[in-house]
Design a binder for this molecule. Structure first.
Ligand code: ZN
Length: 467
């Protein structure tokens, strides 16, 4: 059972270049249904995905439902050799794309070059799933491509079909279907290295770091051997993952300490503010849910552990830059290596105490929080706020630079409590947790029990995978 789950996970999470052998989709859907029950998670869409900013639809001829899973499965397995799937690349020409799809058909290539719908949907774009059906001599019978340009629950499907009078194209619109995925990994060198290995989309990796951002400074505190397990939503079109959705629950073991979190939409919270959103612009501000520990405490803290959002860029940059700066003996603060221009965010709600230039600090912002807490952000290339302004936790206040006495682009960050420097990691861990409302506790407990099972299943993926 577990082995089957492993191979299923691997097959499922493969994005590019795979053939159209799809039956694992069904297996996993069944497993997920068993684990999560039916009423578990609400359908949720996050504004993620590789081409969220792509072109709008140019022409809509008809609306059709998503292919039923069984139909797609049977079709592809019976005529396995005739179907091939790949992903578009921005450098693609009609010939290179068809070539990867095993199509050898000059008329089809000419059609793609000359037909507006086909050209716009396929050429000069990266990351679109394309499936080709070929006939005799690798001629093209039918080609379809899927993408989800907007966060509206739908996806577009380009269909090119050979007819008696030559090739024809059309664009269809169909509904995305949500499925739940389990993933897990162990960190060897970086979080993104581990999520790449587990074929987890970047947007999900970023959500993971945001969910635990009150507990773990992902720029500085990660250790080799740290482990994570994630249960998250994927939005699919024709069985292909087109958008990453929200993390439903997650576990992170950092330096031997286990943290767990789950998404919960508190019915008692009404239209109040969310305890903690997914943290980034991708957060779904329309719903009032938030992340909680499985014991029912909000994951939100008075302070974030890091003044920069964790990303592939900051992660890679910091790894190289960090050791050089740590040699400064009397250094009171934490340095984050990052490219110039990387957004800097307030770690907590505050009033701007100072925004301007100070000798060695270069461009510097000092924020004043409650209880005589201050935070310092120095060497900035840009300052977005003015003295006296109110800023909220997570708000972008400036950008990384190399002003003042900086040996290279980095953010110098300090906590000062009553004027005395403090270790940021220790400060951010001081939790100000908000519990789930009493009236929601039974609903919360039910969902938490489901999430415990799902997380255990996700963790078992990896353990058996390591054998
Ligand atoms: Zn410094």
């Amino acid at each position: 059972m577990i082995n089957k789950l492993v191979s299923t996970g691997n097959a499922l999470l493969t994005f590019p270049g795979r053939t159209a052998k799809r039956f694992p989709v069904q297996v996993t859907a069944v497993i997920a249904a068993l684990i999560l029950g039916t009423g578990g998670a609400a359908f949720a869409v996050a504004a993620l995905g590789p081409d969220a900013s792509e072109l709008p639809v140019h022409q809509v001829l008809e609306s059709v439902p998503t292919l039923p899973l069984n139909a797609a499965t049977d079709l592809n397995i019976q005529s396995f050799d005739l179907f091939r799937s790949d992903v578009t690349r921005s450098s693609d020409t009609a010939d290179t794309l068809l070539g990867r799809l095993g199509v050898d058909d000059a008329a089809a290539a000419a059609f793609i070059r000359s037909n507006a719908l086909a050209r716009q949907a396929l050429l000069g774009r990266s990351g679109r799933n394309v499936t080709a059906e070929t006939g005799d001599n690798n001629s093209l019978v039918k080609l379809s491509a899927r993408w989800s340009p907007e966060d509206n629950g739908n996806f577009n499907r380009l269909v090119i079909e050979k007819t008696a009078s030559g090739f024809q194209s059309r664009i269809e619109v169909a509904a995305l279907s949500a499925s739940t995925r389990l993933a897990s990994g162990t960190i060897q060198n970086s979080l993104f290295g581990a999520t790449d290995e587990a074929r987890i989309p970047d947007s999900v990796a970023t959500q993971l770091s945001e969910i635990f951002s009150g507990d773990i400074d992902f720029h500085r505190a990660l250790r080799r051997g740290d482990r994570f397990s994630i249960v998250y939503e994927t939005l699919e079109g024709d069985g292909e993952p087109l958008r990453a959705g929200r993390i439903l629950s997650a576990e992170f073991v950092n330096n031997g300490k286990t943290f767990q979190a789950m998404w919960f939409q508190d019915p008692a919270a009404g239209t109040g503010s969310a305890p903690m959103s997914t943290g980034s612009r991708t957060a779904d501000s329309r719903s009032k849910g938030g992340y909680y520990t499985l014991d029912g405490q909000s994951m939100r803290r008075a302070f974030l552990a890091s003044p920069m959002e964790f990303s592939r860029i900051t992660s890679g940059f910091g790894m190289r830059f960090h050791p050089i700066l740590q040699t400064a003996r009397a250094h009171q603060g934490v340095d984050y290596g990052a490219p110039i221009g990387t957004p800097v965010r307030s770690v907590g709600d505050a009033v701007v105490d100072f925004a301007g230039v100070q000798n060695g600090y270069g461009n510097i912002i000092i924020l004043k929080h409650r209880n005589n807490y201050k935070t310092v952000y120095a060497h900035l290339s840009r300052i977005n706020v003015r003295k006296g302004a109110n800023v909220s936790q997570g708000q972008v206040i400036g950008a990384v630079g190399a002003t003042g006495w900086a040996t290279g682009p980095h953010l110098h960050f300090e906590y000062r409590i009553n004027g005395v420097y403090r270790d940021p990691a220790a400060v951010s861990r001081q939790a100000e947790s908000v519990p789930v409302a009493a009236s929601s506790r039974s609903a919360f407990a039910r969902l938490a029990a489901e999430n415990r099972i799902a997380l255990a299943a996700a963790a078992s993926l990896q353990q058996s995978g390591a054998d």
